[in-house]
Design a protein around this ligand. Sequence first.
Ligand SMILES: Cc1cc2nc3c(=O)[nH]c(=O)nc-3n(C[C@H](O)[C@H](O)[C@H](O)COP(=O)(O)OP(=O)(O)OC[C@H]3O[C@@H](n4cnc5c(N)ncnc54)[C@H](O)[C@@H]3O)c2cc1C
Length: 510
Amino acid sequence: MVKMNRQTSLDKISTVDTWDIIIIGGGATGMGIALDATTRGLKTLLVEKGDLANGTSSRSTKLVHGGVRYLKQFHFKLVFEAIKERKIILKNAPHLSSALPFIIPIYSYFNMLYYGIGLFLYEMLAGWGSNIGRTTLLSRKSTINNLPFIKTKNLKGGILYYDAQFNDSQLCIDIAATATNNDATIINYFECADFIKSNEKVIGIQGVDRLSQKKYTIKGKNIINATGVFSDTILQMDDPKKSSIIKPSKGVHLVFNDPGKTLTKYALMSPIKQDDRVIFVIPWMGKLLVGTTDTPIEKITTEPAASMEDVAYLLYLYNSLSENKIDKNSVVSMFAGLRPLIKLSDEDATALISREHSILTSASGIITIAGGKWTTYRKMAEDVMELVIANQKLPNSKCKTEYISVDISAVKNKTIESYILSDKSLAEKIHPAFSFTKAQVVYAIQHEMAMTIEDVLARRIRLLFLDAKAAIEAAKEVAKIFVNYANKEDEQMKEQMVAFEKIANKYLLN
Ligand SMILES: Cc1cc2nc3c(=O)[nH]c(=O)nc-3n(C[C@H](O)[C@H](O)[C@H](O)COP(=O)(O)OP(=O)(O)OC[C@H]3O[C@@H](n4cnc5c(N)ncnc54)[C@H](O)[C@@H]3O)c2cc1C
């Protein structure tokens, strides 16, 4: 039984005098810390101002990867650590992650040697323990067989290597459910609006329930800032003079229906000469994901959107690799996310900034963790908790998360089946072109803290990311389920539908 319920969390806030840990931010980083802290037996509260994983953690390329391209920058330790974490995610979340074969198409013998050596090294770094597939040189013929859309002129062959892919926001939600089942208190739509201090040290937060506007004063022994690109806002809430540590960069993905013979089980990875980046073309949940851009930005927003330049750039890259040309009419969804990169200096191009994480402790005692990547969320959490324990003399304890499964699929499927047994109509689909059922929506509302149509369609069921138009069409069905299963008023749901359509339009090109 998954115990996650927003009202229960709200009620629990007032029953605890002082929390051992208060985590601000419900993305991958914060959720990893919540699971780590609670399974060490600490009184753990996580507050998220929007929905769980609504920030960068639902907008990734959906790869669990060692970061093969960091080898070029000789970041061996970073790659080694990420490969180990890749294996742990595959073990602890097998329901949401799987190994994925990648092919780099090769157009010169020099590149065959260059990338071949790099990828054999990548496999070696995984060693016996973390290896998930053999790196292999492919002939021209088998490269074309496996990637039937690939440009054939001058093609010499390919290199096959392995990484993994996952469902990012759903993993965050399942980590939240596992943390809740282990006694953590997790709450969405609950903002840290200010800090409470004593002798210049932070001793708690002022929280605001964004659904009722009720204010809460919450005391905590340790306050963790895990707000990703919003880290500076929190740091400056504590000390207005604090200079910024985040250098945000926008990454855009396009989602396509199969434009011909493109969709195979193989993903394509290809280095882009002109800007030291790579392009990914990845089969994901029956669609094709193409990404990503890397554009430094000034303004951080909760709903970053793709620009026409982003779209044109990705179409150009895809078409320069493919015999099957696509245009903007083939785009069924697109999404943008902000990388919480740690600032080096203004001259550094964001593509070259290491994704390694940093942990800072402010004079008032707030611990900020930022940077890193989804793949290393568990290790980032362990590092923070080791620091917290060393700093604050909380009882010493060992990190257990390497051995904690977050696979709650058996319980989830059983609950969904039981809904359908008691009401056959819940087996109906919410959209004719997709297999998602009404019962899944009920589950999202009752056990995954979905409060809005967008929470359901963007981060539980991924329809908004898979096909934005279909998501708009399904919104009415989802609204009806909120009325029937969450006691929402028709009027309220009409407002939500308008709000959802406005957001969904940002995922649509036309
Ligand atoms: C385009 C792109 C592609 C990527 N692809 C990959 C990939 O394939 N694999 C990989 O491993 N990594 C990838 N990453 C990196 C990875 O997605 C991020 O490192 C990770 O999601 C960051 O998680 P986070 O929890 O730190 O930040 P977020 O997910 O942004 O979470 C921070 C949260 O804090 C909340 N918050 C802010 N202020 C407050 C407040 N005052 N009170 C309460 N809550 C607050 C926000 O609402 C937000 O939900 C990618 C990143 C981008 C941008």
